[in-house]
Design a binder for this molecule. Sequence first.
Ligand code: FAD
Length: 350
Amino acid sequence: MRNLSFYKRFSNTFGEYPSLSRFLVVFAVSGGGLVAYSEANNIQTGSKIDELPEAGSEKKRVVVLGTGWAGTSFLKNLKNPSYDIQVISPRNYFAFTPLLPSVTVGTVEARSVVEPIRNIVKKKNLNVNYWEAECYRIDAKNKKVYCRSSQEDKEEFVVDYDYLVVAMGARVNTFNTPGVEENCHYLKEVEDAQKIRRTVIDCFEKASLPTLSDDERKKILQFVVVGGGPTGVEFAAELHDFVSEDLVKLYPSVKDLVKITLLEATDHILNMFDKRITTFAEEKFHRDGIDLRTGSMVVKVSDKEISTKVIKTGEISTIPYGMAVWSTGIATRPVVMDFMKQIGQTCISH
Ligand SMILES: Cc1cc2nc3c(=O)[nH]c(=O)nc-3n(C[C@H](O)[C@H](O)[C@H](O)COP(=O)(O)OP(=O)(O)OC[C@H]3O[C@@H](n4cnc5c(N)ncnc54)[C@H](O)[C@@H]3O)c2cc1C
């Protein structure tokens, strides 16, 4: 993972300056970058977190928020038994995100891309507790994290820490576009991928019903992907392969009515990569019959239509759709933003 070597550097820094690092904030910005923050205190060099000397008879409490790439990597690298470690995350497993697009079409089963966090920590033979809950507030001054259980009762509790690892990742960025939250699928979590898989099949079943006109079938089989970054592009490609290799055989009566459209606001897809990759992907989509519309920004989503604006002309048009996947990037979680404010950090993504 491109972000993990970056993470490791920060992890090592934390190790080298244990007393200096009261907080380590690790979260993803713009698809894989990481930001870390440490609050300076008494500088002590030359030791890693695994080699920290015992300050007193009581074990230092390390709280880790999140069980994604950053949190799990941090846990896997811990060796020192002289800490009391508490892991808090609403997800009791680690998910291998690069394979999520394959989960949406069943090439890979969801169970193959997850690893229970309890298995991971059990192997460590350290004093680690896991709580299935989300942190909704961090009180940096009093070193407390406020948590809410993921169970139905949503019971709340407070955990004290000496060291805090904030590895809560990022949220989906909708840019406050009306209707996105209510009508679009995301592709960030394993559950998202499973929902997409069910919806694709539902669209094909619905379109195969005998009561519909071909126009209605076309609308149902119009799949729209919003965002030409790696996630949107990978998903569109997986969906195309799934449709052309498998679903055409299972649903021969509607196979010619399927359309996949990818909407991208800038002039090119994958524009964070080398130009040759962008060109290759665009040409491949063209050959595969994927309707690629660059310079096209989504301004509104209703339950049946997506409204887009052509950036150059300002012209608005609508696309009726059966399923829409929103993958336009990520933003900082409110709880992290609040924490950054408390410790005097400026947020670099919104
Ligand atoms: C479909 C897809 C494919 C990708 N492919 C690649 C790739 O090929 N290469 C690459 O480098 N990157 C890829 N990425 C990006 C990569 O997954 C992220 O950069 C990475 O997950 C960021 O790691 P993280 O630990 O910061 O956050 P995450 O992995 O998102 O983990 C966040 C954790 O925090 C938990 N959490 C959330 N809210 C709270 C809360 N309030 N309290 C406590 N815990 C909380 C979550 O449940 C989760 O366990 C991909 C992402 C996606 C979605």
